[in-house]
Design a protein around this ligand. Structure first.
Ligand SMILES: [Zn+2]
Ligand SMILES: [Zn+2]
Length: 348
């Protein structure tokens, strides 16, 4: 089958890969769409030294239908033709974070597109562990293929929001107006935030986000002083919740400055390279700030996203900027880089 892989020379190429083998203890998804994630873009532009087993099919977001259902999957209630997506970060089920229901924090975490073959392919094997721990998720009828594909990245936002616990009347500031920033803004409004402010330097991107989410307030740090603007808009209070949905380390520092007393901060976007020296411990101490990290998502959070979609509270379809064929996947990366594309789907 055709797939987008990292080969033995650590180059990303479209290549022929063996089809997954149907087994009693696995299931196989015929991929309808995969989507390009920030992580994929990072691998595409900066490589990924953590990938050890090569060649490896890339990608971890998808929707498709089951074309093989082994005995175990049948026993678990799956059937051929089921429309499904997968929660790609798979826990062992045995360690203490897993026992707390935090499979994304597993001590032996294995992920689709890393330890397992990824979704940029015609078929995806669902390994036994994923089946046993509920990572193969049936897509409700009222959720489109597009939305189901985006349930994983939106589920990562949901994970961060769990720590933020946005309250009615909260002021929320989000750095970065990409897909993740937009989903954060939508969830913040759903939870009753009184004002959602976005900080975005790219004007076209900012305009796009404002069209998608009426009611957000934009700050452009190229022309405005973010600290002063947040203070003005929040009438001196500061932001109850700050989410950094980008990989700019200075925003981690600024987040602590613009945070209100007792504010909660989510450092959502990881930093490439050196990440020390951006935290001011006295700001955290004297303002009683809560600073939280986030890594990946888990099945129940993706189901929550799809519930929001089903109930008409969250429209993810509108964030799909285009679809590319698998053999032209590099056009997808180019669209993200050059055209402010929010989410690009890849069709095998
Ligand atoms: Zn575990
Ligand atoms: Zn993702």
């Amino acid at each position: 089958m055709k797939a987008f892989i990292m080969n033995e020379e650590r180059k990303l190429v479209v290549a022929d890969m063996p089809n997954p083998t149907p087994k009693d203890n696995n299931a196989i998804i015929k991929i309808k769409y995969a989507s390009i994630c920030g992580t994929d873009v990072r691998t595409y532009t900066k490589g990924n030294e953590k990938l050890k087993t090569l060649p490896r099919i890339q990608g971890h977001e998808c929707v498709g239908t089951l074309c093989h259902v082994g005995a175990l999957a049948k026993e678990l209630g799956y059937a051929e033709g089921d429309r499904v997506t997968i929660a790609p970060a798979i826990g062992c089920g045995e360690c203490w974070p897993c026992k707390q229901g935090r499979s994304n924090m597993c001590d032996h975490l294995e992920t689709i597109g890393w330890e397992y073959e990824g979704t940029f392919a015609e078929y995806l094997e669902v390994p036994e562990k994923a089946l046993r721990h509920g990572h193969l998720i049936k897509v409700p009828d009222d959720v489109s293929d597009e939305s189901a594909t985006l349930a994983e990245p939106a589920g990562c936002a949901m994970n961060a929001q769990m720590y933020m616990d946005v309250q009615p009347d909260d002021y929320v500031v989000i750095y970065g107006s990409g897909f993740i920033g937009c989903v954060h803004a939508e969830i913040a409004f759903l939870k009753g935030a009184s004002k959602v402010i976005m900080v975005e330097i790219a004007e076209e991107r900012a305009e796009l986000a404002q069209r998608m989410i009426p009611g957000i307030i934009m700050i452009n740090p190229k022309y405005q002083n973010t600290v002063e603007e947040v203070a003005r808009i929040t009438e001196g209070r500061g932001a109850n919740v700050v989410i950094t949905a980008l990989s700019v380390p200075s925003c981690h520092t600024e987040a602590q400055i613009i945070a209100a007393k007792m504010g909660r901060i989510s450092l959502f976007g990881g930093i490439v390279g050196e990440s020390k020296g951006w935290i001011d411990s006295n700001l955290i101490h004297y303002k009683e700030l809560g600073v939280f990290g986030v890594h990946a998502t888990r099945p129940n959070l993706m189901k929550e996203v799809m519930r929001y979609v089903e109930e008409g509270k969250l429209d993810l379809d509108k964030y799909v900027s285009g679809t590319v064929k698998l053999e032209n996947i590099e056009d997808g990366f180019a669209k993200i880089r050059d055209e402010n594309a929010l989410k690009i789907l890849v069709e095998p």
